[in-house]
Design a protein around this ligand. Structure first.
Ligand code: NAG
Ligand code: NAG
Ligand code: NAG
Length: 360
């Protein structure tokens, strides 16, 4: 039910952004199928031609977009009979300052790149859907890296519906799908480093506290403006249920480890969630994140989500189907109502705001 809403809301956000006139920054994505009918999901293959149609060169974050063909990222929306096919890949949290050139792609104005996608079969749970006709649309949100006054920031670019196409592929036997399990090598982790283990456990406890505070914040009349800042006119009850899910979540799910079974901890990646196992994997930069109480000491939540906020964002991914529409509290506040409900950072930033309100 929620899955269906996800795709509808994504379509709705298209119309919000389609008002803007011709922009110096614009792109088109054209998808091509290698075969329109395949025997197994392992044969699914789509090529994407991405063209910079604006008047500026674009530097774009690859992860979570069609620009990353290396595997398991959420590059597509896949639908069968109006139902979203559940994502079963990997969703990473990236720090701009730590990332190297591999995390980005530069497309000069007027130029195109072609990216092949061959791991679609392992990135979505086709098995739960059954054989048939699937439609594939690209993820429509991109993050552009911009520089102004030596400061590097991200800006959101959302494709309008005239700027991408949808392709259809018939899969004869989804039963051959691994349903994401082909990437779900459970790590079987032991934690030989007690200091890292303690850091993770403390961050997890702090993230739980954030959930308590976010719920209390939603009940607090004084907090109304902050709610509007992050969630606009969305239903508070629905939001509270999501925070309750994290507050009351007990054991089993998720496993939080610093093992990197999918080799996703490339430079700049702070952590990632494996949607097929619901496991959370933290990468080396996670251990550099400040404690939550630093928010009381002059550290702005626009600069860092702190260790608890980083983890909170992954817990949100586990708790409900969310996306990374934009990263960081600054851009999260600028999202329209529907998109704010889908964006993981909006939940983390609001909870951190609650922390600042009650604790600092
Ligand atoms: C798959 O569905 C699309 C959209 O409904 C339709 O246009 C296309 O003809 C279908 N393909 C097959 C092979 O049935
Ligand atoms: C908010 O959601 C709750 C639970 O789904 C529902 O009972 C309530 O009527 C909704 N409120 C509004 C104003 O839509
Ligand atoms: C606050 O910042 C100061 C200066 O950086 C530092 O010495 C102090 O330990 C910090 N206090 C807390 C509670 O983080």
């Amino acid at each position: 039910m929620w899955a269906l809403t996800l795709s509808l809301v994504v379509l709705a956000t298209l119309h919000v952004s389609s008002v803007s006139p011709v922009s110096p920054r614009s792109m088109t994505v054209r998808l091509f199928t290698v075969a329109g009918i395949v025997n197994s999901v392992n044969d699914l293959e789509i090529a994407a031609e991405v063209t910079n149609t604006g008047s500026e060169d674009l530097k774009l974050l690859k992860d979570g977009t069609i620009l990353d063909g290396s595997g398991y990222t959420r590059a597509f929306f896949v639908i069968q009979d109006g139902q979203d096919v559940p994502f079963a890949g990997l969703n990473a949290q990236i720090s701009l300052s730590g990332a190297n050139a591999d995390a980005f792609m530069v497309i000069p104005r007027g130029q195109s790149v072609i990216v092949n996608h061959k791991t679609i079969g392992s990135s979505f749970d086709f098995h739960s859907m059954g054989d048939g006709n699937f439609s594939f649309a690209p993820a429509i949100d991109f993050q552009i890296i911009t520089r102004s006054h030596s400061e590097t920031t991200m800006e959101r670019l959302t494709l309008r519906d005239s700027e991408f196409n949808t392709v259809h592929i018939v899969v004869r036997h989804t039963s051959t799908s691994h349903g994401g399990h082909s990437i779900a090598k459970r790590a079987g982790i032991t934690h030989p480093d007690p200091s890292k283990q303690t850091f993770i456990e403390t961050s997890y406890k702090e993230a739980k506290i954030l959930a308590y505070l976010a719920i209390a914040f939603s009940n607090d009349a004084l907090a109304g403006p902050s709610f509007y800042t992050y969630f606009k006119d969305n239903n508070r009850t629905v939001l509270k249920e999501t925070y309750l899910g994290i507050r009351d979540e007990t054991g089993g799910v998720p496993e939080i480890s610093y093992a990197d079974p999918h080799h996703k901890c490339f430079p700049g990646v702070i952590s990632y969630t494996d949607y097929s196992t619901k496991n959370i994997h933290v990468c080396p930069p996670f251990f550099q994140e400040p404690a939550t109480h630093e928010l009381c000491n002059g550290t702005s939540l626009d600069v860092t989500l702190t260790r608890s906020g980083r983890l909170f964002r992954e817990l949100i991914h586990v708790a409900r189907p969310t996306l990374d529409v934009v990263s960081g509290c600054l851009l999260s506040r600028q999202l329209p109502a529907e998109a704010s409900l889908l964006n993981a950072d909006n939940y983390a930033c609001y909870a951190l705001q609650a922390y600042a309100y009650f604790v600092c």
